[in-house]
Design a protein around this ligand. Structure first.
Ligand SMILES: [Ca+2]
Length: 483
């Protein structure tokens, strides 16, 4: 009897506290938004996706939120994927065809509307912390590209591309346009510390925040704390360094999340964690086919964790396809952003999916990359249809004038079709066998026609000089059982 009374009191106080947390001013109902992106983390790197690294903080976030099993980056390498994430548009439409090497004119143009710009309209205070890779920072004087500040971020600490010389003691950090001295420590931890100091010193605490944290880990060249590497030494030196790198990143995520939790801010923060493309290590992509740069699943399918207990019931696994280009349409839906032309975006709001409601995608997700084969992929329901040009022209790593012309004239000569729920390792090409194969191929050709029409045309690009390789030679991969 006594136990029952205690339980009633407990329940009553729980109800009271639940009522209390809901009775907040209207402005506070806009959630804070924390968008965290790893660099080159594979689908199967995190422990909660079957990885060998110890990742308790991200495991916990997945447990308290949604773990997406069919979540896709916007592209198979850095710059286009980040551009797609921030704009909700397919990278080819943005003119982001590949990663941006230093001194290259390609960049995210100011005419595009980023998540940060859309949220600034809603009085969000915005910060970018980490890798940028959408244009040159002021230290690269060859161009005057739009800076994070011009793309909606009122604060920025980061690098143009990778942390140099590695994740340890990076020398190329820039804060709000000013080059910094060498930083001490590991990049992910420097970023976490910067996030905390931003919350303490920059954030006005009145307006909701949008923070975009773009970690440098585990992109090469990696560096991991020796005490963590030691834990994995039975895997061999090289893998130990890598596995420790993932754990170190998890610790940095944990530092930010623990801070928000301690401040009572976490539960009103919509937190998204993912990676900008698949891993360069086959083992990091699990059984998914291929690696970074390819449009096979290993190149584009990434971890996807979304947590916001005020809307999302925790502990769910979601198997529907979703991805980077859906983030902005989802936020627009959630916040009722009227100024944004969501019809012109390639993504779809996944808000119904997050709420556990019926979800239908308006436009299939698709990917295009001129430098690997297949060059195009489109996911329609559970099917992935892919097209190959059989292009044998040797191409350089940076995007050139010749590649620009190629984007405008690429044609498909061969197809692949996979049923992903049965064959996510993409062993069984159904192109010649599936009764609707031709319908899928037709849809793919229609999409390619549209890509070619809408692809942003850069007038001035470098000519193809230096190292050239045919598409199949750039990145080789083995099936996991062949390793
Ligand atoms: Ca990357």
């Amino acid at each position: 009897m006594k136990n029952t009374t205690n339980l009633s009191v407990l329940l009553f106080s729980l109800v009271l506290s639940a009522c209390h947390s809901e009775a907040q001013p209207t402005e506070k109902t806009k959630p804070n938004i924390l968008l965290m992106v790893a660099d080159d983390m594979g689908y199967a790197d995190l422990n909660c996706y079957g990885g060998l690294s110890n990742t308790p903080h991200l495991n916990q976030l997945a447990k308290e939120g949604i773990r997406l099993t069919n979540f896709y980056a916007a592209a198979s390498n850095c710059s286009p994927s980040r551009a797609g994430l921030l704009t909700g548009k397919s990278p080819a439409r943005l003119g982001m065809y590949s990663y941006r090497p230093q001194g290259h004119p390609m960049h995210l143009r100011t005419s595009e509307v980023t998540i940060a710009e859309a949220l600034q309209e809603e009085n969000y205070q915005t910060a970018h912390i980490g890798k940028w890779h959408l244009g040159c920072l002021p230290q690269d004087t060859a161009f005057h590209h739009p800076q994070p500040h011009d793309q909606g971020f009122s604060y920025s600490l980061g690098t143009e591309n990778n942390a140099q010389p590695s994740h340890l003691n990076p020398v190329n950090f820039v804060r709000n346009g000013e080059q910094l001295d060498a930083q001490e420590g590991y990049s992910c931890n420097i970023l976490a510390n910067e996030a905390l100091s931003w919350f303490e010193q920059q954030w006005n605490q009145e307006d909701p925040f949008f923070m975009y944290m773009a970690f440098h880990e585990p992109h090469a060249k990696i560096a991991s704390p020796p005490e963590l590497v030691e834990k994995y030494k039975s895997h061999g030196e090289r893998d130990a360094e890598y596995l420790a790198n993932i754990e170190n990143l998890d610790l940095a995520v944990g530092k930010v999340v623990d801070y928000l939790r301690a401040q009572g801010l976490l539960d009103n923060t919509l937190l998204i964690f993912s990676s900008d493309n698949g891993s360069y290590r086959q083992a990091s992509n699990g059984q998914l086919r291929a690696v970074k740069s390819y449009l096979y699943e290993g190149g584009i399918r990434v971890p996807g964790i979304i947590r916001w207990p005020e809307l999302i019931q925790g502990g769910q696994e979601v198997h529907e396809a979703a991805g980077f280009v859906d983030v902005l349409p989802t936020l627009a839906d959630l916040l009722n952003l009227k100024s944004l032309d969501t019809q012109n975006l390639d993504g779809t709001s996944i808000l119904p999916l997050l709420k556990g409601e019926n979800f239908e995608r308006e436009n299939p997700l698709y990917w295009f990359f001129y430098r690997t084969s297949p060059e195009i992929a489109m996911r329609i329901g559970d099917m992935m249809v892919m097209g190959k040009d059989k292009d044998t022209v040797a191409r350089t790593h940076p995007f050139t004038m010749a590649d620009m012309e190629y984007v405008k004239e690429v044609q498909l000569h061969e197809y692949e079709l996979y049923q992903l729920t049965e064959d996510d390792a993409q062993y069984h090409n159904l192109a010649g066998r599936h009764p609707e194969a031709e319908v899928y191929q037709q849809k793919l050709n229609n999409k390619l026609r549209k890509i070619k029409e809408e692809a942003y045309y850069w007038e001035k690009l470098p000519e193809a000089e230096g190292n050239r390789k045919p598409k199949t030679e750039w990145v080789k991969y083995k099936r996991i059982e062949e390793n």
